[in-house]
Design a protein around this ligand. Structure first.
Ligand code: PGA
Length: 243
């Protein structure tokens, strides 16, 4: 399976940054799929700048409904129209800062699928949960309640304590968790639907990308800080194993 290297710009980036970034991404290695997820106001301009390139565009959240009286929210059909083909859902920063429950993430995932977007559903344990030995159990519960039975999309395993901290789990811990996620997906969704890509996220950078991306059941990366510089993002993509 080709790996997916997804950049999550979070609340970074301005319109003036788009042209040079999109131009640099035209040098992307051809053995991986690249995706950039900028803030909402940059989507339309980004779509124009990426036109004709294989790099895909995504958003960082959507509302569960297609339209309505929801001040400040953006719907999945709006994202699709703006040029997105993916949407990140249930990121730990949304779960924590906006109180998003698994049920809300599930409703958003349904909305994304209905609009023809590919959802990237994020799961991951806190430091206390890992130290308490319940990391796999926490992630299984998140998967169980965040994914609709007909799920199709991508999963991102992002340990909360590894996001933006420079810390990463050991390779053995990443491999064990990705194996546990695969087993949970197959038992929850069935063998066919359970075969979805599982990304690793949390402090991925050029120096650790190749070793993380080579681990069993790692199907790519969700990259925050290091995706802001095209050079670093491309170096991460270059670390993906050849297919
Ligand atoms: P990071 O963020 O790469 O800056 O750790 C990853 C993410 O939150 O998606």
């Amino acid at each position: 399976m080709r790996q997916l290297i997804a950049g999550n710009w979070k609340m970074h980036g301005r319109l003036a940054d788009i042209a040079a970034y999109a131009a640099a991404l035209r040098q992307a290695p051809s053995h991986v799929d690249l995706l950039v997820c900028p803030p909402f106001p940059l989507l339309d301009r980004f779509a124009g700048a990426l036109n004709g390139s294989p790099v895909a565009l995504g958003a960082q959240d959507c509302h569960p409904e297609a339209q309505g009286a929801h001040t400040g929210d953006v719907s999945a059909p709006m994202l699709k129209e703006a040029g997105a083909s993916y949407v990140i859902l249930g990121h730990s920063e949304r779960r924590e800062n906006h109180g998003e429950s698994n049920a809300v993430v599930c409703a958003k995932t349904r909305a994304a699928m209905a609009a023809g977007l590919t959802p990237i559903v994020c799961v991951g344990e806190t430091a206390a949960e890992r130290e308490g030995g319940v990391a796999e159990q926490v992630v299984r519960t998140q998967l169980h309640h965040s994914l609709p039975a007909d799920f199709s999309g991508v999963i991102a395993y992002e340990p909360v304590w590894a996001i933006g901290t420079g810390k990463t789990p050991t390779e053995a811990d990443v491999a064990a968790m990705h194996g546990a996620i695969r087993a949970a997906l197959v038992s929850q969704l069935g063998a066919a639907r359970g075969g979805v890509k599982i990304l690793y996220g949390g402090s991925v950078k050029p120096a650790n990308a190749a070793s993380l991306l080579a681990l069993p059941e790692v199907g790519g990366a969700l990259v925050g800080g290091a995706s802001l510089k095209a050079e670093d993002f491309l170096a991460i993509a270059a670390g993906a194993p050849a297919v």
